[in-house]
Write a protein that binds this ligand. Sequence first.
Ligand SMILES: Cc1cc2nc3c(=O)[nH]c(=O)nc-3n(C[C@H](O)[C@H](O)[C@H](O)COP(=O)(O)OP(=O)(O)OC[C@H]3O[C@@H](n4cnc5c(N)ncnc54)[C@H](O)[C@@H]3O)c2cc1C
Length: 547
Amino acid sequence: MKQTAFSTHEVFNQSPPFEDVDLFALDRPLREAVAAFGGAAAEQELSEFGRHWGSAAMAARGRTANENTPKLRAFDSRGNRRDEVEFHPAYHELMAHSAHAGLHNSTWTAAGRPAGGAAEVLRAARFYIAAQVETGHLCPITMTRASVAALAVEPGLLAKTMLVITTRSYDPSFAPWWTKRGMTLGMGMTEKQGGTDVRANMTRAERASDGYRITGHKWFMSAPMCDAFLVLAQASEGLTCFFMPRFAPDGSVNAIRFQRLKDKLGNRSNASSEVEFMGAYATRLGEEGRGIRTIIQMVQLTRQDCAIASAGLMRSGLAHALHHARHRNVFQKPLAEQPLMRAVLSDMALHVEASTALVMLLCQAFDRAGDDPREAATMRLLTPAIKYWTCKSAPPFLFEAMECLGGNGYVEEGILARHYRESPVNAIWEGSGNVMCLDVLRALAREAEVAIAVIEGLGEATLGLPGADEAVSGIVRAFHQPDSERVARLAVEKLALLAASAALNKIAPRSAELFALTRLANPHAGMYGAVDLAEIDARELLQRAMP
Ligand SMILES: Cc1cc2nc3c(=O)[nH]c(=O)nc-3n(C[C@H](O)[C@H](O)[C@H](O)COP(=O)(O)OP(=O)(O)OC[C@H]3O[C@@H](n4cnc5c(N)ncnc54)[C@H](O)[C@@H]3O)c2cc1C
């Protein structure tokens, strides 16, 4: 569109909006990763999804949902409790589009069993694309999808809820879940005195004739308009997982009292509540005393999604940076042709290409875990390692992407400021950084032999790559140390880098070589672009990543 002239100047040398694009077709590293990990047949449908989510209309919904944050309506004008949260219509539209695409259920059969095939990889590709547009609404979407893994311990309840979860409808009405066209589920674990240490939960559960009554609080409980929550509480046999619906079986509103909504750095389209349960109705999921074991099935999947969303956020940062650099001239030359900017962008492209391949490798392990014990072990060992590395690398990456756009990157009309504010949350929730490292150690302690076999398998997949051999022996040595906790971050980061090199080697061997050279053989410098990549390599990386 031709810009109109102002009285003092004309607008030129600004990049056009990066909208109305196909977020799948323009992303060669994503296309190749999806194909390499089992999703080759779905190109066309993913492209349709990419075009839809890359539209200006979806971008506008993402912006509007974040500018018009949810509001708690705890009471009505007469003082009666309402305990409802109001969202902007744009948020509901995003939810409807995600539900329509099956982001909340497509990895499950109608019976709540893993769908198999390449269901995880294909959903991950969509989730990765949706995260580039709006991440806040993906919180209830991911929790709904993940809850099925925990509901599986109660086949009767699973069968009833799947009837509503498997629809691709989004139904925001405030009504009992069994009457609705679609439902969402959340989770309540974190209390004031502890989020990591949920064994310290104080919320109590008492048996009643029709289930349990729950009394206590949760300090963070996101997406409060979910139709039910998986909640941890102390029963007589210890910490137990419960299914707590918004409505009791008699149709009355359950005693779930929202106190406040958090005022958050990012993730603003999503509401995160502080809540009290005043003898709220709930039913048990799994045995008493086995609450962590039950809910961890759900958390494993939300952790996977944290990594996918973080990779998607970084791809969006890179795509906007590349797009801008192609259109913006400085000193009579496009930024994309300036050697120093090319060094920065190509190093960033390498990081995103590796992150994308890495999350798809993990999703393939999820797809195959049911039939292949080795893939199941890969899934258990690598989920925390990949969540750790991918999520923690997103904020500094997005800062660099923002800087590539100069001042325009820092203002709220663009999407990068929002992505930047959003990015730390994926590392903090669902198990913070150190907790992920401790989880890797726990996986190793529990099944040392098979975990070491997984690491050695990554060694085989990276044979001949610079620094790969040393990485394998370094990781194994660190994990065998008696004080392995002290060096856990060092070893877990190396493990993620090794797995990323292996994933990339399957797709783009030269990229894998460059990645290993600049991350495994030599520690990566503190800043992107502080590497010595030959121009021919930089050109190839940029061509692969260019939207
Ligand atoms: C926006 C948002 C939404 C959220 N939504 C939900 C929700 O819906 N449901 C829910 O249940 N929770 C939710 N949470 C809570 C979140 O999961 C917790 O904040 C998180 O698990 C960390 O718990 P904590 O805040 O109590 O920190 P702590 O447990 O006190 O941890 C503080 C720090 O110590 C580190 N640490 C902990 N243990 C160790 C150790 N042994 N060694 C070394 N370091 C350690 C952690 O890695 C962390 O960095 C949400 C949080 C946010 C920010």
